[in-house]
Structure formats: C-alpha cells, structure tokens
Design a protein around this ligand. Structure first.
Ligand code: GLV
Ligand code: GLV
Length: 321
C-alpha cells in the first residue's frame, strides 16, 4: 500500500488517475485553506508520498516528521522554491514539479494580459467610467501607449519566456531582447531575439517581463538600481516569484514615476501586498492567478499524478528535479 498525502484539494483529473490504483491510499487535507504547519507535520506522518502545493514549506522538519519511508514529494507547481531540495536529496527523496504546455501558455497569456492591460490602461479607464467621470470623448483623454512594434525584454527564457516571445513577436511585431544564464539559439533564430546583459535590456525595453525561478541568485534581481535603469515609459511584469523584485523599491519607483507601471501576479511576502502599491493606479495586481485556468489546473493535477505513477511503476519520471 502506498500512502499519499495531498496537502490541499486540487482539481480532480489527477486524483482520478491515482484512485484507479487499488494499491494507493489517498488522504487529502479537506479544508479549503493552506494547511497549518502543525497539521502538516501531523498529517505527513507515515506517508510515502506528499503531493504539495506552492504555499507549503516542505523542509527537513516536514521530511523527518513524515519518516524514513517518505520517498517522493510531488509539487503541484512549476516553481519549487517551497521545497528544500538539498534536504530531500540527502534523504534520497525524489522531488518533482508540474510544468507542461498548458501552464506555459496560461502564464504567458497572463503576462500578455498585463502588457495590454497596462498599455491601454484598461483598469484605470474602467474605474474612471464606473466612478461616473466620463463626460465626453476627448482627444487627450486617458492616453495609453501602443504595444505593436515596441521592445520587450524577457529575463528568463525557459518555456514561459519562450511562449511570450512567440506570441508577441508573431502577433504584434514586438522586438525581443532577452537575458538568461545561457544563450538561446532557438529564440534568436525564430523570433530575431537579441541577447543583452540585464542592465542593457533594462535600458532598452518598453516592457520587461520576468520568467526566472526563485533562487538565491535571483532574489531582488530587480531592485532600486535596476528600476532606475528602465525607461520612464516602461512597464515591469512579474509572473515569476515575488522576491525576484524588491517590492519596496518598486513601489517607490512607481510612486516617483521612475517607470510607467507594473503588472504583478506575485509578491514578496505573499499573501501580503505592500499597502502603498495597492493604492497606485498604474499597476495591475492579481493574486497569484497566472496559472489559474480550469484547463491548466487540471493539467497540473494530471502532471503531478503522472509523476507519481511513473515513480511507483519504476518508469522514468517526467518532471524529476
Ligand atoms: C505557480 O506559481 C507555479 O509555480 O506553478
Ligand atoms: C475613435 O473612436 C475613432 O473613430 O477614431
């Protein structure tokens, strides 16, 4: 019997796959909220596999609370900064994440939505209307900016960064600049993307979109210094992880007009959001919902289950970290 503990009820596609196996015993934390730490430490006791979500901190303490039979942690997310990978390695525990074509497109779409939403001032103008301020068409009323032909700087060109480049290059003649730890011949050949140092990319881009994982080296990748390098007319998009951006510095830059606006899906101290940031008009702030589509959340459920079933049948595990 393989005992799997799922830390929160997830969409059912993957659960159905797991339930087909008589040798698997599933238990799911039933309350629709983040499992409190204490309960997590109790619930994992004696399980073979933990299916975790991105808000669960799965560290050495959790692994040891589970016990030496714990063999796998299947994360229901692309990012896996919530898991202590070193501690897992030391204990011979396999860790998997849940990438796939659906989440790639879903997050890229969300970045696209931010770009257009900010450029065309969709939220601001909607609020303007609802506040009863629309008294007549005006040639200079609430002017935004075009997206077509502008320059997009992508920092981090994994699957999501690539998808964003493809959509905007093919659809809107966007010029693509990119920065990553390695060059991407595919991006250069297909979308005419040009490699830039981070600083140079920041100076040249009209939109800067972040698609890096959260690692010690990417904490505050964008801080006061970087924001100063950006054009006053530029927008920053973050759908990666909150700590990649110094939120206090960003709030200051937005308040002082150092950059034009920001689209953020993630925050430095989630679920807390800087109070001043919440008041600014030139921002679109979504609650870590870039992957929150029915299709994607079901696909992630299938991916997590596929990883688990591959492990249990000694097959190659598709998304082993
Ligand atoms: C979402 O943030 C994910 O990493 O899947
Ligand atoms: C705007 O509504 C236009 O017709 O130019």
């Amino acid at each position: 019997m393989t005992k799997i503990f799922i830390t929160r009820d997830i969409p059912d596609a993957g659960l159905k796959m797991l339930k087909k196996h008589k040798s698997i015993k599933l238990s799911i934390y039933q309350k629709d909220k983040k499992i409190p730490r204490k309960e997590l430490l109790t619930h994992v006791k004696g399980v073979d596999i933990i299916l975790s979500i991105l808000t669960d901190k799965i560290d050495a303490q959790v692994m040891d609370a589970a016990g030496p039979q714990l063999k796998m942690i299947a994360n229901y997310a692309v990012g896996f900064n919530n898991i202590d990978i070193e501690a897992a390695k030391k204990r011979g525990i396999i860790v998997t994440n849940a990438p796939g074509p659906e989440i790639t497109e879903s997050v890229a779409e969300h970045a696209v939505a931010f770009i257009f939403g900010l450029a065309h001032r969709i939220l601001e103008t909607d609020k303007f209307n609802r506040a009863g301020k629309y008294t007549g068409w005006g040639p200079k009323l609430l002017l935004g900016t075009d997206v077509t032909g502008k320059t997009l700087g992508i920092i981090g060109t994994g699957n999501i960064g690539n998808a964003l480049a493809r959509r905007l290059h093919d659809g809107f003649d966007i010029k693509i600049l990119y920065n990553d730890i390695k060059r991407s011949p595919n991006l250069e050949k297909k979308y005419g993307a040009k490699f830039r140092t981070k600083d140079q990319l920041l100076k040249e881009s009209d939109f800067v979109s972040l698609h890096v994982p959260l690692l010690p080296g990417t904490v505050h990748l964008i801080g006061a210094r970087e924001l100063k390098m950006m054009k006053k007319t530029a927008f920053l998009i973050n759908t990666s992880r909150g700590p990649v951006v110094d939120e206090a510095a960003l709030t200051k830059a937005l308040t002082n007009g150092e950059i034009a606006g920001a689209g953020l899906d993630v925050y430095e101290n989630e679920p807390k959001i800087n109070k001043t940031l919440l008041k600014l008009q030139n921002t679109i702030l979504t609650p870590h919902t870039a992957s929150a589509t029915v299709e994607t959340r079901q696909a992630m459920s299938r991916t997590a289950a596929t990883n688990i079933l591959a492990f249990l049948s000694n097959k190659q595990i598709p998304n082993k970290i």
